[in-house]
Ligand binder design. Structure first.
Ligand code: SF4
Ligand code: SF4
Length: 447
Protein backbone atom coordinates (compact mmCIF):
# COMPACT_ATOMS: atom_id res chain seq x y z
CA UNK A 1 0.00 0.00 0.00
CA UNK A 2 2.70 2.44 0.88
CA UNK A 3 6.34 2.81 1.71
CA UNK A 4 5.37 3.14 5.36
CA UNK A 5 5.88 -0.14 7.11
CA UNK A 6 4.29 -1.00 10.39
CA UNK A 7 7.70 -0.79 12.05
CA UNK A 8 8.31 2.76 10.88
CA UNK A 9 4.73 3.57 11.80
CA UNK A 10 5.28 2.48 15.38
CA UNK A 11 8.07 5.00 15.82
CA UNK A 12 5.69 7.91 15.18
CA UNK A 13 5.29 10.26 18.09
CA UNK A 14 1.94 10.06 19.84
CA UNK A 15 0.09 12.00 20.91
CA UNK A 16 0.68 15.20 18.94
CA UNK A 17 -0.75 18.68 19.15
CA UNK A 18 -3.16 19.49 16.36
CA UNK A 19 -4.33 22.80 14.97
CA UNK A 20 -5.96 24.90 17.67
CA UNK A 21 -4.19 22.96 20.40
CA UNK A 22 -6.37 19.83 20.18
CA UNK A 23 -4.74 16.55 21.18
CA UNK A 24 -5.18 13.23 19.54
CA UNK A 25 -3.24 9.99 19.39
CA UNK A 26 -1.53 8.64 16.35
CA UNK A 27 -0.79 5.01 15.70
CA UNK A 28 0.27 2.80 12.82
CA UNK A 29 -3.11 3.17 11.07
CA UNK A 30 -2.29 6.85 10.45
CA UNK A 31 1.14 6.25 8.95
CA UNK A 32 0.27 6.08 5.23
CA UNK A 33 -1.75 9.29 5.40
CA UNK A 34 1.10 11.06 7.23
CA UNK A 35 3.82 9.85 4.90
CA UNK A 36 1.74 11.25 2.04
CA UNK A 37 3.16 11.02 -1.43
CA UNK A 38 6.77 11.31 -0.33
CA UNK A 39 7.35 7.67 -1.12
CA UNK A 40 5.96 5.43 -3.84
CA UNK A 41 2.24 4.88 -3.47
CA UNK A 42 0.85 1.87 -5.22
CA UNK A 43 -2.70 0.69 -5.09
CA UNK A 44 -5.08 -1.05 -7.41
CA UNK A 45 -8.66 -0.30 -8.43
CA UNK A 46 -11.28 -2.66 -9.78
CA UNK A 47 -13.76 -0.40 -11.47
CA UNK A 48 -17.35 -1.30 -12.26
CA UNK A 49 -18.50 1.36 -14.71
CA UNK A 50 -21.79 -0.42 -15.40
CA UNK A 51 -22.30 -1.57 -11.79
CA UNK A 52 -23.53 -5.13 -11.54
CA UNK A 53 -25.48 -4.99 -14.82
CA UNK A 54 -24.91 -8.22 -16.76
CA UNK A 55 -26.41 -10.10 -19.70
CA UNK A 56 -25.94 -13.43 -17.89
CA UNK A 57 -27.42 -14.86 -14.73
CA UNK A 58 -24.67 -17.07 -13.33
CA UNK A 59 -26.19 -18.78 -10.35
CA UNK A 60 -23.21 -18.23 -8.04
CA UNK A 61 -22.57 -14.58 -9.00
CA UNK A 62 -21.91 -12.54 -5.84
CA UNK A 63 -22.30 -9.24 -7.66
CA UNK A 64 -25.72 -9.30 -9.37
CA UNK A 65 -27.42 -8.64 -6.01
CA UNK A 66 -25.61 -5.28 -5.61
CA UNK A 67 -28.35 -3.73 -7.73
CA UNK A 68 -30.91 -4.33 -4.97
CA UNK A 69 -28.64 -4.12 -1.92
CA UNK A 70 -30.16 -1.58 0.51
CA UNK A 71 -27.95 1.56 0.52
CA UNK A 72 -25.70 -0.15 -2.03
CA UNK A 73 -24.49 1.19 -5.35
CA UNK A 74 -27.78 0.38 -7.14
CA UNK A 75 -28.09 0.19 -10.91
CA UNK A 76 -26.48 2.76 -13.19
CA UNK A 77 -23.81 3.64 -15.69
CA UNK A 78 -20.74 5.75 -15.01
CA UNK A 79 -21.22 9.27 -16.33
CA UNK A 80 -18.58 10.99 -18.48
CA UNK A 81 -17.81 13.36 -15.61
CA UNK A 82 -17.24 10.55 -13.06
CA UNK A 83 -15.18 8.56 -15.57
CA UNK A 84 -12.85 11.48 -16.21
CA UNK A 85 -12.44 12.25 -12.51
CA UNK A 86 -11.74 8.60 -11.75
CA UNK A 87 -9.08 8.27 -14.46
CA UNK A 88 -7.41 11.55 -13.52
CA UNK A 89 -7.40 10.76 -9.80
CA UNK A 90 -6.19 7.19 -10.20
CA UNK A 91 -3.28 8.18 -12.42
CA UNK A 92 -2.39 11.08 -10.10
CA UNK A 93 -2.74 8.95 -6.97
CA UNK A 94 -0.41 6.14 -7.98
CA UNK A 95 3.16 7.36 -7.86
CA UNK A 96 4.73 4.07 -8.96
CA UNK A 97 5.72 3.34 -12.54
CA UNK A 98 2.64 1.34 -13.46
CA UNK A 99 -1.09 2.08 -13.24
CA UNK A 100 -3.35 -0.89 -13.90
CA UNK A 101 -7.00 -0.29 -14.70
CA UNK A 102 -9.15 -3.39 -14.11
CA UNK A 103 -12.53 -3.03 -15.80
CA UNK A 104 -15.14 -5.31 -14.30
CA UNK A 105 -18.80 -5.63 -13.50
CA UNK A 106 -21.28 -7.04 -14.02
CA UNK A 107 -20.33 -7.28 -17.65
CA UNK A 108 -18.22 -4.31 -18.76
CA UNK A 109 -18.63 -4.93 -22.51
CA UNK A 110 -22.29 -3.91 -22.11
CA UNK A 111 -21.03 -0.31 -21.92
CA UNK A 112 -20.08 -0.55 -25.59
CA UNK A 113 -16.88 0.13 -27.48
CA UNK A 114 -17.29 3.90 -27.53
CA UNK A 115 -17.10 3.95 -23.75
CA UNK A 116 -13.73 2.18 -23.88
CA UNK A 117 -12.49 4.40 -26.71
CA UNK A 118 -13.17 7.29 -24.36
CA UNK A 119 -11.30 5.44 -21.57
CA UNK A 120 -8.19 5.10 -23.72
CA UNK A 121 -8.37 8.76 -24.80
CA UNK A 122 -8.67 9.93 -21.17
CA UNK A 123 -5.79 7.71 -20.07
CA UNK A 124 -3.63 9.32 -22.76
CA UNK A 125 -4.74 12.77 -21.64
CA UNK A 126 -3.75 12.22 -17.99
CA UNK A 127 -0.79 9.79 -18.34
CA UNK A 128 2.50 10.98 -16.93
CA UNK A 129 5.73 10.30 -18.80
CA UNK A 130 7.22 7.92 -16.21
CA UNK A 131 4.10 5.76 -15.94
CA UNK A 132 2.97 2.77 -17.93
CA UNK A 133 -0.81 2.51 -18.18
CA UNK A 134 -2.25 -0.99 -18.47
CA UNK A 135 -5.83 -2.16 -18.89
CA UNK A 136 -7.48 -5.46 -17.94
CA UNK A 137 -11.00 -6.37 -18.98
CA UNK A 138 -12.79 -9.13 -17.08
CA UNK A 139 -15.56 -10.46 -19.30
CA UNK A 140 -17.93 -13.37 -19.78
CA UNK A 141 -16.92 -13.17 -23.45
CA UNK A 142 -20.40 -13.57 -24.89
CA UNK A 143 -20.49 -10.11 -26.53
CA UNK A 144 -16.97 -10.13 -27.97
CA UNK A 145 -16.85 -9.81 -31.76
CA UNK A 146 -14.24 -8.89 -34.37
CA UNK A 147 -14.56 -5.16 -33.71
CA UNK A 148 -14.02 -5.67 -29.98
CA UNK A 149 -11.03 -7.92 -30.54
CA UNK A 150 -9.40 -5.47 -32.97
CA UNK A 151 -9.82 -2.71 -30.34
CA UNK A 152 -8.49 -4.85 -27.49
CA UNK A 153 -5.46 -5.87 -29.53
CA UNK A 154 -4.70 -2.37 -30.75
CA UNK A 155 -4.92 -0.92 -27.24
CA UNK A 156 -3.04 -3.76 -25.52
CA UNK A 157 -5.86 -4.83 -23.20
CA UNK A 158 -5.35 -8.03 -21.23
CA UNK A 159 -8.59 -10.01 -21.19
CA UNK A 160 -9.74 -12.17 -18.29
CA UNK A 161 -12.20 -14.68 -19.71
CA UNK A 162 -14.62 -16.41 -17.35
CA UNK A 163 -14.88 -20.08 -18.26
CA UNK A 164 -15.57 -22.89 -15.81
CA UNK A 165 -14.34 -25.89 -17.76
CA UNK A 166 -15.70 -28.06 -20.59
CA UNK A 167 -19.26 -27.55 -21.80
CA UNK A 168 -21.19 -29.57 -19.21
CA UNK A 169 -19.26 -28.05 -16.28
CA UNK A 170 -19.38 -24.50 -17.65
CA UNK A 171 -23.10 -24.62 -18.37
CA UNK A 172 -24.00 -25.89 -14.92
CA UNK A 173 -24.06 -22.39 -13.43
CA UNK A 174 -23.02 -19.94 -16.18
CA UNK A 175 -26.33 -19.36 -17.91
CA UNK A 176 -28.14 -16.52 -19.71
CA UNK A 177 -30.97 -14.45 -18.21
CA UNK A 178 -33.33 -17.01 -19.71
CA UNK A 179 -31.39 -19.91 -18.17
CA UNK A 180 -29.84 -20.96 -21.49
CA UNK A 181 -26.31 -22.41 -21.73
CA UNK A 182 -23.49 -20.02 -22.69
CA UNK A 183 -20.57 -22.32 -23.45
CA UNK A 184 -20.85 -21.98 -27.23
CA UNK A 185 -20.60 -18.19 -27.15
CA UNK A 186 -17.71 -18.24 -24.68
CA UNK A 187 -15.76 -20.77 -26.71
CA UNK A 188 -16.38 -18.63 -29.77
CA UNK A 189 -14.74 -15.77 -27.85
CA UNK A 190 -11.71 -18.00 -27.23
CA UNK A 191 -11.32 -18.56 -30.97
CA UNK A 192 -11.73 -14.85 -31.73
CA UNK A 193 -9.21 -13.77 -29.09
CA UNK A 194 -6.73 -16.28 -30.46
CA UNK A 195 -7.33 -15.19 -34.07
CA UNK A 196 -6.71 -11.54 -33.20
CA UNK A 197 -3.76 -12.31 -30.94
CA UNK A 198 -5.38 -10.69 -27.89
CA UNK A 199 -3.63 -11.88 -24.72
CA UNK A 200 -6.04 -13.51 -22.30
CA UNK A 201 -6.15 -15.33 -18.97
CA UNK A 202 -8.84 -17.74 -17.92
CA UNK A 203 -10.81 -17.24 -14.73
CA UNK A 204 -12.44 -20.41 -13.48
CA UNK A 205 -14.84 -20.27 -10.56
CA UNK A 206 -14.33 -23.50 -8.65
CA UNK A 207 -17.73 -24.55 -7.38
CA UNK A 208 -19.31 -27.60 -5.81
CA UNK A 209 -19.54 -29.40 -9.18
CA UNK A 210 -16.40 -28.66 -11.20
CA UNK A 211 -14.25 -29.00 -8.04
CA UNK A 212 -14.79 -32.73 -8.37
CA UNK A 213 -13.33 -32.79 -11.88
CA UNK A 214 -9.87 -31.22 -11.62
CA UNK A 215 -8.29 -33.33 -14.38
CA UNK A 216 -11.07 -32.53 -16.84
CA UNK A 217 -10.94 -28.80 -16.03
CA UNK A 218 -7.15 -28.55 -16.34
CA UNK A 219 -6.95 -30.64 -19.50
CA UNK A 220 -9.66 -28.55 -21.13
CA UNK A 221 -8.13 -25.18 -20.22
CA UNK A 222 -4.66 -26.32 -21.19
CA UNK A 223 -5.30 -28.22 -24.39
CA UNK A 224 -8.57 -26.88 -25.81
CA UNK A 225 -8.54 -23.27 -24.65
CA UNK A 226 -4.75 -22.98 -24.84
CA UNK A 227 -4.63 -20.98 -21.62
CA UNK A 228 -1.16 -20.02 -20.44
CA UNK A 229 -2.37 -18.22 -17.31
CA UNK A 230 -5.14 -19.84 -15.29
CA UNK A 231 -6.85 -18.26 -12.32
CA UNK A 232 -8.85 -20.51 -10.04
CA UNK A 233 -11.23 -18.77 -7.63
CA UNK A 234 -13.08 -20.84 -5.02
CA UNK A 235 -16.78 -20.08 -4.70
CA UNK A 236 -17.53 -19.55 -1.01
CA UNK A 237 -20.80 -17.78 -0.34
CA UNK A 238 -22.26 -17.28 3.10
CA UNK A 239 -26.03 -17.91 2.92
CA UNK A 240 -27.51 -14.44 2.98
CA UNK A 241 -24.45 -12.80 1.42
CA UNK A 242 -26.82 -10.71 -0.72
CA UNK A 243 -27.65 -8.50 2.27
CA UNK A 244 -25.17 -9.43 5.00
CA UNK A 245 -21.68 -7.97 4.77
CA UNK A 246 -18.65 -9.99 5.88
CA UNK A 247 -18.03 -9.72 9.63
CA UNK A 248 -21.66 -8.80 10.25
CA UNK A 249 -22.40 -12.50 10.72
CA UNK A 250 -24.07 -13.93 13.78
CA UNK A 251 -20.80 -15.21 15.28
CA UNK A 252 -22.50 -17.39 17.88
CA UNK A 253 -24.28 -19.28 15.10
CA UNK A 254 -21.17 -20.03 13.03
CA UNK A 255 -20.57 -23.80 12.82
CA UNK A 256 -17.40 -25.46 14.00
CA UNK A 257 -14.92 -26.78 11.45
CA UNK A 258 -15.91 -30.31 10.44
CA UNK A 259 -19.60 -29.94 11.36
CA UNK A 260 -22.13 -30.93 8.64
CA UNK A 261 -23.25 -27.28 8.54
CA UNK A 262 -19.71 -26.32 7.56
CA UNK A 263 -20.16 -28.01 4.17
CA UNK A 264 -22.46 -27.22 1.23
CA UNK A 265 -25.63 -29.26 0.70
CA UNK A 266 -26.78 -29.53 4.31
CA UNK A 267 -30.18 -27.92 5.05
CA UNK A 268 -28.58 -25.70 7.70
CA UNK A 269 -25.32 -25.18 5.88
CA UNK A 270 -23.57 -21.87 6.41
CA UNK A 271 -22.93 -21.63 2.65
CA UNK A 272 -24.94 -21.69 -0.57
CA UNK A 273 -25.46 -25.05 -2.30
CA UNK A 274 -23.06 -24.22 -5.10
CA UNK A 275 -20.16 -23.27 -2.82
CA UNK A 276 -17.12 -25.51 -3.12
CA UNK A 277 -16.66 -28.17 -0.45
CA UNK A 278 -13.45 -27.33 1.48
CA UNK A 279 -11.99 -30.83 1.06
CA UNK A 280 -12.76 -30.79 -2.67
CA UNK A 281 -10.97 -27.45 -2.96
CA UNK A 282 -7.81 -28.95 -1.48
CA UNK A 283 -8.01 -32.03 -3.67
CA UNK A 284 -8.71 -29.91 -6.78
CA UNK A 285 -5.53 -27.89 -6.24
CA UNK A 286 -3.45 -31.00 -5.41
CA UNK A 287 -4.51 -32.90 -8.54
CA UNK A 288 -3.86 -29.93 -10.82
CA UNK A 289 -0.59 -29.18 -9.05
CA UNK A 290 0.67 -32.71 -9.77
CA UNK A 291 -0.23 -32.42 -13.43
CA UNK A 292 1.41 -28.98 -13.60
CA UNK A 293 4.61 -30.15 -11.87
CA UNK A 294 5.00 -33.02 -14.34
CA UNK A 295 4.85 -30.98 -17.54
CA UNK A 296 3.96 -27.34 -17.20
CA UNK A 297 6.24 -25.55 -14.71
CA UNK A 298 7.36 -22.29 -16.33
CA UNK A 299 5.08 -22.87 -19.31
CA UNK A 300 1.64 -22.48 -17.78
CA UNK A 301 1.03 -20.08 -14.93
CA UNK A 302 -1.55 -21.00 -12.30
CA UNK A 303 -2.36 -18.24 -9.81
CA UNK A 304 -2.08 -20.33 -6.61
CA UNK A 305 1.12 -22.07 -7.69
CA UNK A 306 2.87 -18.91 -8.89
CA UNK A 307 1.97 -17.22 -5.65
CA UNK A 308 3.33 -20.06 -3.53
CA UNK A 309 6.55 -20.13 -5.56
CA UNK A 310 6.92 -16.39 -5.23
CA UNK A 311 6.38 -16.61 -1.47
CA UNK A 312 9.02 -19.32 -1.09
CA UNK A 313 11.41 -17.30 -3.24
CA UNK A 314 10.98 -14.53 -0.68
CA UNK A 315 9.24 -12.25 -3.16
CA UNK A 316 5.81 -12.15 -1.51
CA UNK A 317 2.47 -13.53 -2.65
CA UNK A 318 1.00 -12.68 -6.03
CA UNK A 319 -2.63 -12.86 -4.92
CA UNK A 320 -4.16 -10.85 -2.12
CA UNK A 321 -5.70 -13.80 -0.28
CA UNK A 322 -2.22 -14.96 0.78
CA UNK A 323 -1.06 -11.50 1.90
CA UNK A 324 -0.61 -10.77 5.57
CA UNK A 325 -2.87 -7.72 5.26
CA UNK A 326 -5.55 -6.43 2.88
CA UNK A 327 -6.01 -2.87 1.76
CA UNK A 328 -4.03 -2.64 -1.46
CA UNK A 329 -7.04 -2.80 -3.75
CA UNK A 330 -10.35 -0.96 -3.69
CA UNK A 331 -13.47 -1.18 -5.82
CA UNK A 332 -14.99 1.85 -7.53
CA UNK A 333 -18.64 1.72 -8.51
CA UNK A 334 -20.49 3.49 -11.35
CA UNK A 335 -21.44 6.49 -9.19
CA UNK A 336 -17.87 7.06 -7.96
CA UNK A 337 -18.40 5.27 -4.64
CA UNK A 338 -15.24 3.68 -3.28
CA UNK A 339 -15.39 0.39 -1.34
CA UNK A 340 -12.72 -1.37 0.70
CA UNK A 341 -12.53 -4.34 -1.69
CA UNK A 342 -14.44 -5.94 -4.54
CA UNK A 343 -15.82 -8.46 -2.02
CA UNK A 344 -16.81 -5.73 0.44
CA UNK A 345 -19.22 -3.71 -1.67
CA UNK A 346 -21.64 -3.17 1.21
CA UNK A 347 -22.65 0.11 2.89
CA UNK A 348 -20.60 -0.82 5.99
CA UNK A 349 -17.43 -0.80 3.86
CA UNK A 350 -18.08 2.25 1.71
CA UNK A 351 -15.12 4.60 2.12
CA UNK A 352 -16.61 7.58 0.32
CA UNK A 353 -17.11 8.96 -3.15
CA UNK A 354 -14.35 10.20 -5.43
CA UNK A 355 -16.52 13.08 -6.61
CA UNK A 356 -16.02 14.76 -3.24
CA UNK A 357 -12.92 13.11 -1.71
CA UNK A 358 -9.83 12.24 -3.72
CA UNK A 359 -9.42 8.53 -4.40
CA UNK A 360 -5.92 8.29 -2.90
CA UNK A 361 -6.97 9.95 0.37
CA UNK A 362 -9.66 7.31 0.73
CA UNK A 363 -7.27 4.46 -0.07
CA UNK A 364 -4.72 5.72 2.50
CA UNK A 365 -7.28 6.81 5.06
CA UNK A 366 -7.07 5.57 8.63
CA UNK A 367 -10.32 3.67 8.12
CA UNK A 368 -9.07 1.75 5.12
CA UNK A 369 -5.65 1.05 6.61
CA UNK A 370 -7.42 -0.35 9.67
CA UNK A 371 -9.50 -2.57 7.38
CA UNK A 372 -6.26 -3.82 5.83
CA UNK A 373 -4.56 -4.64 9.13
CA UNK A 374 -7.70 -6.38 10.41
CA UNK A 375 -6.82 -9.37 8.24
CA UNK A 376 -3.85 -10.02 10.48
CA UNK A 377 -5.19 -8.67 13.73
CA UNK A 378 -8.35 -10.80 13.75
CA UNK A 379 -6.64 -14.15 13.10
CA UNK A 380 -7.79 -16.82 15.55
CA UNK A 381 -5.18 -18.42 17.80
CA UNK A 382 -5.57 -21.63 15.77
CA UNK A 383 -4.16 -19.83 12.70
CA UNK A 384 -1.42 -18.13 14.73
CA UNK A 385 -0.18 -21.60 15.76
CA UNK A 386 -0.51 -23.06 12.24
CA UNK A 387 2.68 -24.14 10.42
CA UNK A 388 1.23 -22.71 7.19
CA UNK A 389 0.54 -19.24 8.60
CA UNK A 390 3.28 -17.51 6.52
CA UNK A 391 1.82 -19.07 3.36
CA UNK A 392 -1.84 -18.48 4.15
CA UNK A 393 -2.45 -15.67 6.65
CA UNK A 394 -5.96 -17.02 7.15
CA UNK A 395 -6.82 -16.60 3.43
CA UNK A 396 -9.58 -14.10 2.59
CA UNK A 397 -11.39 -12.63 5.64
CA UNK A 398 -14.73 -12.84 3.82
CA UNK A 399 -14.40 -16.63 4.09
CA UNK A 400 -13.75 -16.72 7.85
CA UNK A 401 -17.19 -18.07 8.67
CA UNK A 402 -16.32 -21.03 10.91
CA UNK A 403 -15.36 -21.54 14.52
CA UNK A 404 -12.37 -23.63 15.51
CA UNK A 405 -12.78 -26.91 17.42
CA UNK A 406 -12.49 -25.01 20.70
CA UNK A 407 -15.10 -22.49 19.63
CA UNK A 408 -13.03 -19.48 18.59
CA UNK A 409 -14.66 -17.64 15.66
CA UNK A 410 -12.78 -16.50 12.57
CA UNK A 411 -11.54 -19.74 11.03
CA UNK A 412 -11.53 -19.83 7.26
CA UNK A 413 -14.18 -22.06 5.66
CA UNK A 414 -11.52 -23.41 3.25
CA UNK A 415 -8.95 -24.18 5.95
CA UNK A 416 -9.12 -27.98 5.61
CA UNK A 417 -8.53 -27.76 1.86
CA UNK A 418 -5.85 -25.10 2.14
CA UNK A 419 -3.90 -27.24 4.60
CA UNK A 420 -4.21 -30.27 2.35
CA UNK A 421 -2.85 -28.28 -0.60
CA UNK A 422 0.04 -26.74 1.31
CA UNK A 423 1.04 -30.08 2.86
CA UNK A 424 1.12 -31.62 -0.60
CA UNK A 425 2.65 -28.79 -2.62
CA UNK A 426 5.17 -27.08 -0.34
CA UNK A 427 7.84 -29.84 -0.36
CA UNK A 428 7.79 -29.81 -4.16
CA UNK A 429 7.70 -26.02 -4.29
CA UNK A 430 10.81 -25.98 -2.10
CA UNK A 431 12.56 -28.26 -4.59
CA UNK A 432 11.57 -26.02 -7.52
CA UNK A 433 12.73 -22.97 -5.57
CA UNK A 434 16.10 -24.62 -4.89
CA UNK A 435 16.50 -25.19 -8.66
CA UNK A 436 15.38 -21.67 -9.47
CA UNK A 437 17.95 -20.16 -7.15
CA UNK A 438 20.59 -21.51 -9.52
CA UNK A 439 18.94 -19.83 -12.52
CA UNK A 440 19.35 -16.23 -13.71
CA UNK A 441 16.80 -13.83 -12.16
CA UNK A 442 15.31 -13.10 -15.59
CA UNK A 443 14.17 -16.71 -15.92
CA UNK A 444 12.88 -16.71 -12.36
CA UNK A 445 10.59 -13.76 -12.97
CA UNK A 446 8.79 -15.76 -15.63
CA UNK A 447 7.92 -18.28 -12.92
S1 SF4 B 1 -10.80 -9.04 1.58
FE1 SF4 B 1 -10.18 -10.89 0.48
S2 SF4 B 1 -10.31 -10.32 -1.71
FE2 SF4 B 1 -10.33 -8.41 -0.49
S3 SF4 B 1 -8.16 -7.76 -0.39
FE3 SF4 B 1 -8.58 -8.99 1.42
S4 SF4 B 1 -7.96 -11.08 0.88
FE4 SF4 B 1 -8.21 -9.91 -1.02
S1 SF4 C 1 -4.23 -23.18 6.82
FE1 SF4 C 1 -6.02 -22.89 8.14
S2 SF4 C 1 -5.20 -22.72 10.23
FE2 SF4 C 1 -3.50 -22.39 8.80
S3 SF4 C 1 -3.39 -20.17 8.57
FE3 SF4 C 1 -4.66 -20.99 6.88
S4 SF4 C 1 -6.77 -20.84 7.58
FE4 SF4 C 1 -5.43 -20.64 9.41
Amino acid sequence: MSVATRDTARTLPAPVVGAGGAWWSLDHYDAPALVGNQGQRRFHVMVKPGGSHCNLNCQYCFYLSKETLPNGPGPGRMSDAVLERFIAQYIAGVTGSEVVFSWQGGEPTLLGLDFFRQVVALEKKYARPFQRIENDLQTNGTLLNEEWCAFLKENRFLVGLSIDGPRELHDQYRVSKGGKPTFEKVFNAVRLLQRFGVPFNTLTCVNRTNAQKPQEVYRFLRSEVGATYMQFIPIVEYKGFEKTAPNQWDYAALPKDGAPEARPGHADSIVTDWSVDPDDWGRFLCVIFDRWVQKDVGRILVNHFESLLSQHLGEGPQICIYNECCGKGVAVEHDGSVYACDHYVYPEYRLGNLTNTALDSQVFSRRHVKFGYAKHETLPEYCRQCPYLPDCWGECPKNRILRTADGEPGLNYLCRGIKKFFAHAIPQVERIVADLRHQPRQTRKRM
